[in-house]
Design a binder for this molecule. Structure first.
Ligand code: NI
Length: 191
């Protein structure tokens, strides 16, 4: 396993639509080794998620894992989930305002609107079909990671650029207010 370099804003690979992974390619040892590296890189960088294009591979694969994450202390824990060829379908029109950062956009955070409830359909890393629903802050994490597979970054969705901040200024001015909103979401959805 290896920690891979993470591409940052301006790299054209972050801006392209990644391609689907066919089942036989998913089973190949090289692909499985790549998924191991993606997970290890996510853990090393303390990301809540990481998408394949962020480490230079334009395939529709991402990983999500939240375990007492110090970058996002308000995020509820979520077990390691690898999504291959994911499709997200909102379950209602309801949205919430999320404050996001991204390992590919160093030292910047901002507010984006995310659907509150989603159906997730994907393959797992063994090629089995997954179908489940996610809600609240966790739904925000899923949308952020799947956006990467379409070449979209959270900065594209920032609807009020005055919400942009460095991580240090977020801690100083935004964290307390956002943590309160995040608690309300977690209380309502349990996630
Ligand atoms: Ni990201």
């Amino acid at each position: 396993m290896a920690v891979l370099p993470i591409l940052t804003l301006g790299d054209p690979l972050l801006r392209q639509r990644s391609r689907e992974v066919p089942p036989e390619e998913l089973r190949a040892p090289e692909t499985q080794a790549f998924i191991d590296d993606l997970i290890e890189t996510m853990a090393h960088a303390r990301g809540a998620g990481l998408a394949a294009p962020q480490v230079g591979s334009a395939v529709r694969v991402c990983a999500i894992c939240v375990k007492d994450n110090p970058r996002y202390p308000y995020k509820p824990n979520w077990p390691l989930t690898v999504l291959v060829n994911p499709v997200l379908t909102p379950l209602s029109d309801e949205t919430f305002v999320n404050n996001e950062g991204c390992l590919s956009v160093p030292n910047l955070r901002g507010e984006v609107k995310r659907f509150t409830e989603l159906r997730v359909e994907a393959l797992d890393r063994q090629g089995n079909s997954l179908a489940f629903e996610v809600r609240g802050l966790t739904a925000g994490t899923f949308q952020h990671e799947c956006d990467h597979l379409d070449g979209k970054l959270f900065v594209d969705r920032v609807f009020d650029t005055t919400s942009l901040s460095t991580w240090a200024e977020f801690e100083r001015h935004g964290a307390a207010g956002f943590a309160e909103r995040a608690r309300a979401l977690v209380a309502r959805w349990g996630s």
